[in-house]
Design a protein around this ligand. Structure first.
Ligand code: PLP
Length: 402
């Protein structure tokens, strides 16, 4: 018998499954709203002009292909931290942020999970919002943390369950770890307001919780990298020692290049040096050192003022196209098609995704009857909509709901 004869078949990835079904569909009207990658007005993947220019300038400098250090390109990690925390942030100025390059956001979360699993001095319990990005639970479970949930989304209002969230965080054991989506919550598209973030910060302080921010969409939510960093910067200003995962997949369109960063705020230079040394010991046996090219691209953009400005306007352009699709979808559903129900959440939600409120039966029905593919939870990627397919999409949703 084969060595692997008793390996059980695992379930397919729910999101990648949607893409496969889409690929197999031959209907010309088909729409893929499952993937979490930006698409341009023509439904095509989009390589940012600032990225192309950065690549040209890297090529022109005739770089070698030597290994990076274990924690990555030092200039890149410095600039990544500056982007997240802000140039005038106290720990940036004091040089107390321990930061490492990571294999995009997923890798940052995994390094963070492993570091907390090894060194967090209190109960290794992490609270995730319900629902959360599907990969959070396996990432932290594989890191050896106990995963629990706090209420986040209210199905009735298709909005934030703020009372439930507060109650669950207040009832969490003291010093538990709490994962917070910094902006553009995936999958719901529902974010706390600045005032609500302040209250969350107060509860985190009261309960001495440890805040771990996942910032996969900085700039993508509002179009401004500063505005989208509000929660992170507010917590830091309030004195929280946060952990932070950053991804450059979405905001620079560097999906397959796998560019990210993980950071921790430490007390002083001596503590930072100890934490840095242990981050290296966590990372070295996992993958030795991170990939070079993507970090060079991101760093070239972050460190070249002309490219930085172009990038900022491109991020804004992507965010604004998504916001305009939200407006248009809302108008089509309510005014053109008189779709039963309340649809204002389509406009108030933020970022790449929208929880439409469509049921599992309606979501599956859209694939079968209209060749429109979304996840069973009714989540759509707004970036998959454009001027050519939005009418057909709205009409199909209206038909599914009526
Ligand atoms: N965190 C959240 C909330 C996400 O939505 C994603 C991507 O979809 C990630 C992290 C990580 O993505 P990546 O590993 O491509 O940076």
């Amino acid at each position: 018998v084969s060595t692997w004869s008793s390996v059980p078949a695992g379930p397919p990835d729910p999101i990648l499954g949607v893409s496969e079904a889409f690929k197999a569909d031959k209907d010309p009207r088909k729409i893929n709203l499952g993937v979490g990658a930006y698409r341009d007005e023509n439904g095509k993947p989009y390589v940012l002009s600032s990225v192309k220019k950065a690549e040209e300038s890297i090529r022109a400098s005739n770089p070698d292909k030597e290994y990076l250090p274990i924690t990555g390109l030092p200039e890149f990690t410095k600039n990544a931290a500056k982007l997240a925390y802000g140039e005038d942030s106290a720990p940036v100025k004091a040089g107390t942020i321990a930061v490492t390059q990571s294999i995009s956001g997923t890798g940052a979360l995994r390094i963070g999970g492993a570091f907390l699993g090894r060194f967090y001095p209190h109960a290794k319990v992490i609270y995730l919002p319900v629902p959360s990005w599907g990969n959070h639970t396996p990432i932290f479970r594989d890191s050896g943390l106990e995963v629990r949930g706090y209420r986040y989304f209210d199905k009735k209002t298709v909005g934030l369950d703020f009372e439930g969230l507060k109650e669950d965080l207040r009832n969490a054991p003291e010093k538990a770890i709490v994962l917070l989506h910094a902006c553009a919550h995936n999958p719901t598209g529902v974010d706390p307001t600045p005032a609500q973030w302040q209250e969350i910060s107060d509860i985190v302080k009261e309960r001495q919780l440890f805040p771990f921010f996942d910032m996969a969409y900085q700039g993508f939510a509002s179009g401004s990298t500063d505005r989208d960093a509000f929660a992170v910067r507010h917590f830091v200003k309030e004195g929280h020692q946060i952990a932070l995962s950053q991804s450059f997949a979405k905001n620079m369109g560097l999906y397959g290049e796998r560019v990210g960063a993980f950071s921790l705020i430490t007390a002083d230079a001596e503590e930072k040096a100890r934490v840095d040394s242990q981050l290296k010991i966590v990372i070295r046996p996992m993958y030795s050192n991170p990939p070079l090219h993507g970090a060079q691209i991101a760093n070239t953009i972050l460190s070249t003022p002309a490219l930085y400005h172009e990038w900022e306007s491109e991020v804004k352009g992507m965010a604004e196209r998504i916001i305009s699709m939200r407006e248009r979808l809302y108008n089509e559903l309510t005014h053109t098609h008189k779709t039963p129900g309340e649809w204002s959440h389509i406009k108030s939600q933020i970022g790449m995704f929208s929880f439409t409120g469509l049921s599992e039966a309606q979501s599956v029905g859209l694939a079968e009857k209209a060749h429109i593919y979304l996840t069973k939870d009714g989540r759509i990627s707004m970036a998959g909509l454009n001027g050519s397919n939005i009418d057909y999409f709205a009409e199909s949703v209206a038909r599914a709901v009526k």
